[in-house]
Design a protein around this ligand. Structure first.
Ligand code: C2E
Ligand code: MG
Ligand code: MG
Ligand code: MG
Length: 283
C-alpha cells in the first residue's frame, strides 16, 4: 500500500521493482561485455551544405549489435550507460572509432573541412576524459586541424559553467570543433551563449518537423538562425524529412541540413562511396 500526502511520498516494495533492478544490473553487465566483445558500431548520417549540396560533415550515431536482441538504438542503452558511468568508456570508444574512421577517409582524399560529429555525454566532461583522449588521438593520427566536432547539449553547458568553458576552450585549441545539439529543447542563457567557443548550433528536429505548417515553429527556426548568425555561429537543421522543409530552411539561410530527406544514418562504406563518387545532394 502506498501513501501519498503533503508532498511526502511513501512507497512500499512492489515485486516488479525487483525485476527492474535485476534487469538494470544485467544490462550493465551486458554493456561491459559488449565493449570487450566489440559489439558497438558507428553509423554515419551525412550533413549537407545547404548551398552546394556537398557533404560537409557526418554525425556518428552509435548502434549495439546485440547477440540476441538485434540492432539496438541508443535509446535502449545510453540512459543506462549514463546512470552507471559506463558512458565514459563507451564515449571513449566512440571518439577512438570516429578518429580512426576520419583518418581512413583522409587517406582516400576526403577534404580536411569535412568533420565527423560525435555526441558527448556530460559525464565524460565531468570525469575529465574527453580532452586527454582527443590529445592522444590527435597525436596518434597526426591530425592538424578540424578532424572532429563534439556535440554537447544546452543543459550540459549550463550545468557546470566555469570548468566546462576551460575544457571547451582547450578542446578547440586542438582544432576540434564544438556544436550545441538539440538546440531549443533545453534552457540556455542567451547571454552565456556568446561567451562559448561554439562553431555550430543544431536546431532540434521538434522545430524542423512542422516548419512549413506550424507558424510558431517557422518563427522559432528563423529566430534561431538569426541568433546564431549574429553570434557568428553556423546553423544545422536536424530531422529534415521533406523538400518543403529543405526549401524553407535554405531560404532562411540555414547553413547545414541533416535528415532522412537526404540520408538516414548509414554504414561507413556507404558514406565512403558517397565521398569517392563526389556525391552532391539536391537541396
Ligand atoms: P541526436 O544527437 O540528436 O541524433 C539525431 C537522431 O535523430 C538520431 O537518432 C538520428 O538517427 C535521428 N534522425 C536523423 N534524421 C532524422 C529524421 O529526418 N527524422 C527523424 N525522425 N529522426 C532523424 P539515433 O541514432 O537513434 O540517436 C538518438 C540519440 O542518441 C542522439 O540524438 C544522441 O543524443 C544519442 N546518441 C547517439 N549516438 C551517441 C553516442 O555515440 N554517444 C552519446 N553519448 N549519445 C549518442
Ligand atoms: Mg547529435
Ligand atoms: Mg543529442
Ligand atoms: Mg539532436
Amino acid at each position: 500500500q502506498a501513501k501519498s500526502s503533503g508532498g511526502n511520498r511513501v512507497e512500499f516494495f512492489r515485486p516488479e521493482m525487483d525485476v527492474g533492478v535485476s534487469h538494470r544490473l544485467n544490462l550493465e553487465h551486458e554493456i561491459r561485455e559488449a565493449l570487450a566483445a566489440q559489439q558497438f558500431r558507428l553509423l554515419y548520417q551525412p550533413q549537407i551544405d545547404a548551398v552546394t549540396g556537398r557533404i560537409c560533415g557526418v554525425e556518428a550515431l552509435i548502434r549495439w549489435l546485440h547477440p540476441t536482441r538485434g540492432v539496438l538504438p541508443p535509446a535502449a542503452f545510453i540512459p543506462m550507460a549514463e546512470e552507471s558511468g559506463l558512458i565514459v568508456d563507451i564515449g571513449n570508444w566512440v571518439l577512438e572509432e570516429a578518429a580512426r574512421q576520419r583518418a581512413a577517409w583522409r587517406e582516400i582524399g576526403v577534404e580536411d573541412d569535412v568533420v565527423i560529429c560525435v555526441n558527448a555525454s556530460p559525464l565524460q566532461f565531468r570525469r575529465g576524459t574527453v580532452l586527454p583522449t582527443l590529445l592522444r588521438l590527435k597525436r596518434e593520427y597526426g591530425f592538424d586541424s578540424g578532424f572532429l566536432e563534439i556535440e554537447v547539449t544546452e543543459s550540459m553547458l549550463m550545468d557546470s559553467a566555469g570548468r566546462m568553458i576551460e575544457d571547451l576552450m582547450a578542446i578547440r585549441q586542438l582544432g576540434v570543433k564544438l556544436s550545441i545539439d538539440d538546440f531549443g529543447t533545453g534552457y540556455s542563457s542567451l547571454a552565456y551563449l556568446k561567451r562559448l567557443p561554439i562553431d555550430m548550433i543544431k536546431i532540434d528536429r521538434a522545430f524542423v518537423n512542422d516548419v512549413t505548417t506550424d507558424p510558431n515553429d517557422a518563427v522559432i527556426c528563423t529566430t534561431i538562425i538569426a541568433l546564431a548568425h549574429n553570434l557568428g555561429v553556423k546553423v544545422c537543421a536536424e530531422g529534415v524529412e521533406g523538400q518543403e522543409q529543405s526549401d524553407f530552411l535554405r531560404q532562411q539561410q540555414c547553413d547545414v541540413l541533416q535528415g532522412y530527406h537526404f540520408s538516414a544514418p548509414v554504414l561507413p562504406d556507404v558514406v565512403t562511396d558517397m565521398f569517392t563518387s563526389g556525391r552532391r545532394f539536391q537541396t
